[in-house]
Structures are given as C-alpha cells and as structure tokens.
Design a protein around this ligand. Structure first.
Ligand code: ADP
Ligand code: ZN
Ligand code: ZN
Length: 707
C-alpha cells in the first residue's frame, strides 16, 4: 500500500498562556489546508477546535512525533488572512498566546461543533436569512419622517464632506482615524448612519461598536429603521446583526456566521465584536470611544477601541471614533495631527446644554433634616419639577443603602472577613454584602462585637437616597436604576420604558443611567456627591468623572423646548476645582488642555506608556516576592533600557476573597521600548512562577485603564 504524502501544518489551539505553549503547534495533514481553516485536532487527551494558522510550520519536532489532524470543518470558508493578522497582533501586543486569543474570540458554540452539527447550524442560518429582516425598530426619532432621512445640518454636511476628502486623499493607503467630537445630541449618530450608507452602497460591511449591551437595542433600532428594509431605506434591506455577551450561545453563533459568510451587512456589538470575521469590512465606528468598557478586564486585556484602529489601518478603511468627551489619548493624537478631528459644534435643533450650577457644600446651612445629599435648594428644585410635570435625574455612583454599618459604642464596622473592604448595607433584603467577593450575611440585629442594639448606617448609597427622596417628597414617583435593581433579565428595559412613558418623576441611579439613554422629559440632573474622584490615586479618575458628568448633563434638555430651562446641579465641597469650572462652561477642551499639561509634566499617558504586572498570593509576601524577583530580572535586562519599573504596591482593595493582591507599574517613553521589554520579560515570568510556590496567579495588563 502506498504511503499518503503527509505534510506539516501549523494549527493555533487553545493552550492556556500558562502552559508555556505560546505559538501555534505543528500537526500532520494528508492534504494541504488553506490558512484560516477550522480543524479538529488532538491535544493531550482532549480533542479541540483549532485554526490552521498562516506561516511556516515550526519544523522542530520529528514528523513521527507529530499527531494528525482529526477533521476539517469544511462547511464554512476559512478565516481571512487579515483576521489572523489582527489576532496575531493582539496576542503579541497584549502578551497572550495566539491560540488562546484566537479561540477565545470565536463564538463559544463554534468551538464545540463537528461537521454534522455545523451543517445543521448553517441550514438553520439559511432559514433565518431567508426570513425577512426582523422589524426591530421602535418609533422613529423626532425630526425624521418615516419616508426618508433628515436633511443634514450644515455642520453634519461639512463633516461628511471632510470624511469624503479624507478617503479620496487616502486612496490606496489607510485614511487617518477620525475623531468625531460633538456633544450629546449634536448629530453624531446621523453621521455614522450616512458613513455606513456610503460603505453599504459600495458593497462593504460595517462594524459599529458600542460600550454597553444596554445601548445596543436602541442603536440597533435606529440602524434597522434606516437600513432594515423599511420605506425609509428605499426598500433595499440590509441584514443587521448584533454581537455581545447577552446573546444566547446559539444566537451568537448564528450572528457570527452571518457576518463571517458576508450575509450580514452591519454588525453592531460590544468590545468582543471587534474580532468579528467580516470579509467585506469597509467601515468601523466606535461610539463613545472614551468609555472604559472597551477595555477587557481579564484574560487578554485588550482595548477594543485600539484594536479597531489597528484593524482599520490594516484593512485601509476608515474608522470613526465618536465622543462628547474623547479619551485624552485620542484627543492628544488629534492634537498631534495623527487623527483627523471633526467637530459637530451644537445640538441639533439648537437646543442648549443644561446650565451647570455648582453648589458649595461649605455654604449650605446645617439644619435638621438636611443631609449632604438632599440639600434644601435641591429639594426645592425637585419640587419645582414635580409641579411642572418634568422629570429629574439624581446621580450617585454608589449602590446599596449605605457603604458601611457602624456601632457608635465600640466602633465596630461591617468589614468583610475575606477582603480589605467594607460590606455594604442593603436594606431591601436586609443583607450585608461584599461587593468584591460576594460574601453576604443577614444584617445583625445588634453589634456583633459588643451587643449594642443601636448600629447605624454610615454614608449613603442609591437605595438610601431613594428612601430619603420618598420621605421628603411624598407622592413623587421615585425609581432607582442600578446594578441591584436590574439584576434580572428584562428589568432594565422595563425600568427605562417606565421613565420614557412618564411614569417616573425622579430617577435615582449610578452611572448606569448616565449613558446614552435618550430621556426626553428630564430637565434637572443632579450629581449629589461626585467629589471622591478628585482625590483618587488613579490618575484617570478626573477624566472619568468629567466624562460622566458631561454625559449625565447630556440627559437633560434633550427636548429642545425644555432645553432652555434645563439645569445640571453639582453639589461639591470644591466648587473652585478646575474640573468643575470647566464643566460649568461645558468646556471639554479647556479640561483636556489642563489635564494633558498635568499628564505631560508627570510623565503619564498619553505621554508615556504603561503596563501593570499584577500578582496574587495567599500572603502579601508571596505576591510581593514574585514581583520583586520580576523587577530584579527586568533591571538586569538590556532590553529594559528606557523603561522604569516601579516598586510593587498593594492594589487599592488589597485583599479580595482571602487573596492578597499586589501590582507593579512599568513605564516607558515609547510603545516600542515597552513592547521590547515585555517581549523578553514574559517568558522569564512564566519560569519565575514555578519558583514562587505561594503565588496563585499573575497577569499582565498592557495600557491599563485603572491604576
Ligand atoms: P448624537 O449621536 O450626537 O447624540 P444624534 O445623531 O442622535 O446625536 O442626533 C440627536 C437627535 O437629532 C436625534 O433625535 C436625531 O434623530 C436628530 N437629528 C440628527 N441629525 C438631524 C438632522 N440633520 N435633522 C434633523 N434631526 C436630526
Ligand atoms: Zn459595638
Ligand atoms: Zn469580601
């Protein structure tokens, strides 16, 4: 019997980072397979999905030692070379193994399928695609007649003209990323729609990223209304699919396949959608580009915004980053001319931004019943809205009833036995709950330490604020929206619908309510206790606070008629602070300028590049020992030139679930210098882990967001 000619192929498999297998592995195949093909291969005793990876096989091992692939999944076309390149770049930049990242960003169900199952899925998909595009739209927005799209404002027209000019100039190279800067309601989404229309007309696919799952239905409705085959889209239906983690595994696979097969023209999704396989991709939009949710917080800690920029560059297609408060990274790149900044200067319809009023808490009279949150002037302002039948929004970024329970006799506090944090008092279900490890107990009826019956909540969360509002404003319909009130599926949608339909007078919530939602009847937004971020050890805290407050303010006066009397109140002990002064003028540019000057003189991003090495151990010594050894190693490396390794410090919540957490910052003047260090350092850290037995885990965060 003649031997079949066997060849080596390179396959990316999901070998975890810490297994030390970092690159694709060699397998044997009886025939050539196109790069990007999905295959099933053996690994150890398991059988896994793998991806035939572009590039030369390793060739190291004897052919006899290699194992054959088990099957090729031939029902779908291979992943494209540029998709593989995107994954390879991300793996290298964020220091993960290619296989781990490549498989992690595919829909989980795809990884489990054999050929028969895949065929069944494709058949189902075929039926789904044959059905008319689902009517997902809600009512059209004001100003848009169902028969067509709105006439562009002169500013929008100018932005689109400049976009065209940019594309013309780029021709065969990558156009510069566009930073679309404009306040809430300035018409950014309409610009996305027009740019998308342009790409669709050329037969290309469009990827739109949003920071939060909650915001996808709203945007999906708007895109569906325009492109989903209604009269407004001229009848030419385009398939729109969403990709985010709240989809069922089956929906996620279906939508992913629709994009991969080129059947879906528009993909709307959260950060994971940046890895969607889209063979005809022609435009990427990153809405609210400054939003921290674009950064993945575990595994490969990638920034979807940054990868979107990479992807657009690689595919030579435009990318639009939109925001009212751009990240200082993007703003600085626009200052340097590396991004093209395009401005939408005012609200559509000329609606004004709410007048910002700073209330100096130092001057508040201390009278009975007055708390630091609900001051007399604020209560008066709320009453006025109630009389007028308008809505108010109160923003407090702390959920629960009170952050801590306290005994005045013995000074006992409701700390968590497993974490260096307080357990939060939740009055609704009478629990003390740790927001870090989840440890929950019923509230004790007396002080667990001295038996005193009189233990009291200290401070205030949204739950308590809601209660106080109900006490102070009897008859007012108060609704709280935060992570606790929206735990179950459908709750958030129902609560938002109640706000929209006017069943709510006062909305109380955490930052959840400040994002994106188009509330039309709100004329008062109040931030009752935002000062904390001014003095945070995290250098990005002011940037985040400014964005949050601008965004919260943007919830008021979206209705032009109400805009004139809309107000945003900030209760603060530091009204003179530059951040609030800039907020008062709605002056992001002044704020950015002062922050960037501070960052530059302190040598912080975007003027420096950071990586954070985190270590977790049963003891502080174990975590610290590893980081110290890692630092010593880096110091001795010639590749560490131009990098600074700071001493290890405890994380802001040092102990969580009985694990001690330390971190060590690495700083470099250039991305290149940082990458060079990491590239040589990482293999050593894998080896070092084995010498530090008390170490539980370590992780590297490149371009960390929270420090
Ligand atoms: P942003 O995305 O900046 O918040 P939108 O694009 O959502 O702004 O626009 C705000 C509101 O103005 C929306 O209700 C939108 O339908 C409407 N709108 C946008 N552009 C126009 C236009 N050219 N003419 C009329 N209405 C418009
Ligand atoms: Zn006590
Ligand atoms: Zn805890």
């Amino acid at each position: 019997m003649a031997e079949l000619p066997v060849q080596r192929i390179r396959v990316a498999v999901e070998a975890p980072q810490h297994s030390g297998l970092s690159g694709p592995l060699d397998y044997l195949s009886e025939r050539a397979l196109a790069p990007g093909s999905l295959v099933r291969v053996p690994l150890g005793r398991r059988e896994l999905m793998g991806i035939v990876w572009p590039g030369e096989p390793d060739g190291g091992a004897e052919a006899a030692a290699l194992r054959p692939i088990l099957a090729e999944l031939d029902g779908v076309p291979p992943l494209s070379a540029s998709w593989c390149q995107l994954v390879e770049f991300a793996a290298s930049y964020y220091q993960r193994s290619i296989g781990e990242l490549a498989l992690a960003v595919l829909p989980p169900q795809l990884r489990e399928l054999d050929n028969t199952q895949l065929r069944a899925r494709l058949k189902k998909l075929g039926k789904f695609l044959a059905s008319p595009a689902e009517a997902q739209g809600s009512a059209p927005d004001a100003g848009e007649t169902p028969a067509g799209r709105p006439t562009l404002s002169p500013a929008q027209q100018q932005v689109l003209d400049e976009l065209d000019a940019l594309l013309d100039a780029a021709r065969n190279s990558a156009p510069a990323p566009v930073l679309l800067y404009g306040i809430t309601g300035s018409g950014k989404t309409e610009v996305y729609l027009r740019a998308a229309e342009h790409a669709l007309a050329q037969g290309r696919q469009v990827l739109v990223l949003v920071p939060e799952i909650n915001l996808t239905p709203q945007l999906e409705a708007r895109f569906a209304e325009r492109f989903g085959g209604s009269a407004a889209s001229g009848g030419a239906a385009h398939r729109i699919v969403s990709l985010h983690s709240a989809l069922t595994p089956a929906q996620r696979l279906r939508n992913w396949l629709a994009a991969h097969l080129g059947e879906a023209d528009l993909v709307l999704g959260t950060r994971l959608a940046v890895f969607a396989s889209m063979p005809r991709l022609g435009l990427i939009v990153v809405d609210e580009e400054h939003d921290p949710s674009y950064k993945q917080q575990d595994g490969a800690r990638y920034s979807a915004r940054d990868l979107a920029i990479y992807r657009a560059h690689q595919e030579k297609i435009p990318v639009i980053l939109g925001s009212a408060t751009p990240s200082l990274e993007s703003w600085q790149r626009a200052n340097e001319g590396r991004y093209k900044r395009l401005l939408l200067p005012g609200r559509i319809g000329g609606g004004a931004l709410p007048r910002v009023r700073l209330f100096d808490m130092k001057r508040m009279p201390l009278s009975k019943g007055v708390t630091t949150a609900l001051t007399t002037p604020l209560l008066d302002a709320l009453r006025l809205r109630l009389e007028r039948g308008e809505q108010s929004l109160i923003f407090l970024n702390r959920r629960g009833y009170a952050p801590v329970l306290h005994c005045a006799e013995c000074n006992w506090k409701s700390d968590c036995p497993h974490c260096s944090a307080w357990r939060v008092f939740h009055k609704g279900d009478r629990t003390l709950r740790c927001h870090h490890c989840g440890f929950t107990e019923r509230v004790p009826s007396a002080c667990p330490s001295c038996g005193n019956q009189d233990i009291a909540p200290l401070g205030r969360g949204t739950e308590r604020l809601e209660e106080q509002l109900q006490e102070q404003l009897p008859g007012a319909r108060v609704l709280r929206i935060d992570a606790d009130s929206t735990k179950h599926k459908g709750e958030l949608e129902a609560q938002l619908a109640a706000v929209h339909s006017g069943e709510v007078d006062i909305l109380v919530g955490t930052q959840m309510v400040t994002k994106g939602h188009d509330f039309r009847r709100i004329t008062l937004v109040a931030a009752v206790n935002p000062d904390g971020a001014l003095f945070s050890s995290d250098f990005r805290a002011p940037e985040r606070l400014f964005a949050l407050l601008m965004q919260a303010g943007g919830r008021a006066g979206r209705d032009a008629e109400a805009a004139a009397r809309s107000e945003m109140w900030v209760q603060t002990w530091h009204p003179e602070h530059a951040l609030y002064q800039a907020l008062k003028q709605h002056d992001f540019e002044a704020f950015a300028k002062s922050q960037l000057a501070e960052r530059e003189s302190a040598g912080l991003p975007p003027f420096a590049h950071l990586a954070l090495l985190r270590a977790e151990g049963r003891t502080v010594e174990a975590a610290q020992g590893f980081l110290k050894a890692a630092a010593a190693f880096a110091q001795a490396m010639p590749e560490a030139q131009g990098c600074l390794v700071y001493p290890a410090i405890p994380m802001s919540v040092a102990r969580v679930a009985n694990v001690e957490r330390m971190q060590m910052l690495v700083e470099a003047g250039s991305r290149g210098a940082l990458q060079r260090l990491l590239w040589h350092w990482m293999p050593e850290l894998h080896a070092l882990k084995r010498e530090h037995k008390g170490l539980l885990r370590w992780a590297l965060d490149v371009d960390p967001l929270a420090i």
